[in-house]
Design a protein around this ligand. Structure first.
Ligand SMILES: Cc1ncc(COP(=O)(O)O)c(C=O)c1O
Length: 398
């Protein structure tokens, strides 16, 4: 088969591949610790399940608005305003089948061959592919561990060309768990305000899952106010992508959304009307009930992940052959392997084949000699997984 050039350069998601392979092997009875997957192991909230069942029983689910149900957009905009102290209206919100699809659609409507997509590295596995699918020129910005994997305002300023540019900002970041501080965001906001051709897409999927007691991670929108810019001007330049996958353990339900200017939201809806038609109403109603009634879930998940992260990372830190990055949020332990004789893919493969631990190689996130271990597994599995990793590096270095 002769595939399109676009398809030829397309590779499936590395995290999904690592996970599906390990899951198959677990089903076949192999003793494997599944530390590659980025999804909470908590059950779906009962409120969500019940809302879905009720809606299916009471509705025939016909075509609906491409932008999402008005009632759902009302709830989402309210929930977002409470979280961010912003003033989004239902017209600013577009409901999608997951934040990955929101990112895909945004890049399709905002970028082309005349656009540059700035991606700070390490980056989430899908960003580069999503950019390529939109034919956008990709510029990877290396952000080292000395910079705590974060893009500084000075670095951003030097990259501004005055032509169309998009910046993907992810805080807490997957895979490192790095979070931008208020000061760092304030400085970034100054550069963004002075760069009208730059649009920032904030991937906020982990923004409540942080290890501090704050309600959410600091955000660049906290610093975008100016005397000359209206809210719509700001929402035209800073777009937020969020979803229910991580905060509410609804990964398989495919529920995401964007909060952007009305103009962007309208174009996004047009794009969705041609590619998606609409989101199923029963899923949207279930989302409404979840956001309205399920207030404890995120807090409990946050403290569970925090506890697991602290126990596991402390234990892993005792291994002299690796360096653990002190994450501030998300689900992952991100560590560097000090011996550079094998690359991350080789190490991940050996860990799986010889020690039964599925992790994701750093190369998939644009950062060699690192591995990502997910703490979204029960305590006994977590500790077993960490022990196996320590054993692997100890044997390897003896
Ligand atoms: C940084 C980041 N963004 C987006 C997503 C996609 O999430 P969703 O399930 O909402 O598509 C993930 C999932 O792993 C992620 O880690």
């Amino acid at each position: 088969m002769k595939f399109s050039q676009r398809a030829q350069s397309l590779k499936g998601s590395a995290t999904m591949a690592a996970t599906i392979n390990a899951q198959e092997r677990i089903k076949n009875g192999e003793d494997i610790i599944l530390a590659s997957v980025g999804e909470p192991d908590s059950p779906v909230p009962q409120i969500t399940k019940q809302a879905l069942i009720n809606q299916i029983e009471n509705s025939d689910s016909k075509y609906g608005p491409a932008q999402g149900l008005l009632s759902t957009r009302k709830v989402v905009s309210q929930w977002m305003n409470d979280l961010y102290q912003q003033q989004w209206q239902p017209e600013n919100v577009v409901i999608s089948p997951g934040s990955k699809y929101s990112l895909y659609s945004l890049l399709q409507i905002l970028g082309d061959e005349n656009t540059e997509l700035l991606i700070p590295s390490p980056y989430w596995v899908s960003y580069v592919t999503l950019g390529k699918l939109a034919n956008i020129n990709i510029k990877i910005i290396e952000c080292s561990s000395n910079e705590n994997y974060k893009l500084s305002a000075t670095k951003l300023k030097n990259l501004i060309t005055g032509k169309n540019q998009l910046l993907l900002l992810n805080s807490p970041q997957n895979p490192t768990g790095a979070i931008y501080s208020k000061e760092e965001l304030q400085s970034l906001a100054e550069v963004i305000k002075q760069s009208p051709q730059l649009t920032v897409i904030c991937d906020d999927i982990y923004n409540q899952l942080i290890f501090s007691s704050e309600y959410r991670a600091p955000h660049v929108l906290d610093f975008m106010e100016s005397s000359s810019a209206s809210k719509e001007d700001i929402y035209n330049q800073v777009i937020v992508v969020h979803g229910a996958s991580k905060s509410f353990a609804l990964t398989g339900w495919r529920l995401g959304w964007t909060a952007a200017s009305r103009e962007i939201s309208k174009k996004l809806s047009e794009f969705q009307s041609q590619t998606l038609t609409c989101m199923p109403d029963f899923l949207q109603i279930a989302l409404e009930k979840t956001l309205q009634q399920e207030t404890q879930f995120v807090l409990e998940l946050k403290s569970l992940i925090n506890r697991r992260y602290q126990i596991a990372s402390q234990k892993l830190n005792s291994c002299p052959f690796i360096k653990v990055f002190p994450s501030a949020g998300a689900f992952y332990i991100w560590f560097e392997v000090l011996d550079k004789s094998k690359n991350s893919a080789q190490m991940a493969s050996e860990l799986l084949e010889q020690h039964g631990v599925a992790v994701v190689p750093g190369a998939s996130f644009g950062c060699e000699y690192h591995l990502r271990f997910s703490v979204t597994i029960p305590d006994d599995q977590l500790l077993k997984g960490i022990e196996r990793i320590i054993q692997y590096f100890t044997q390897k270095n003896l």
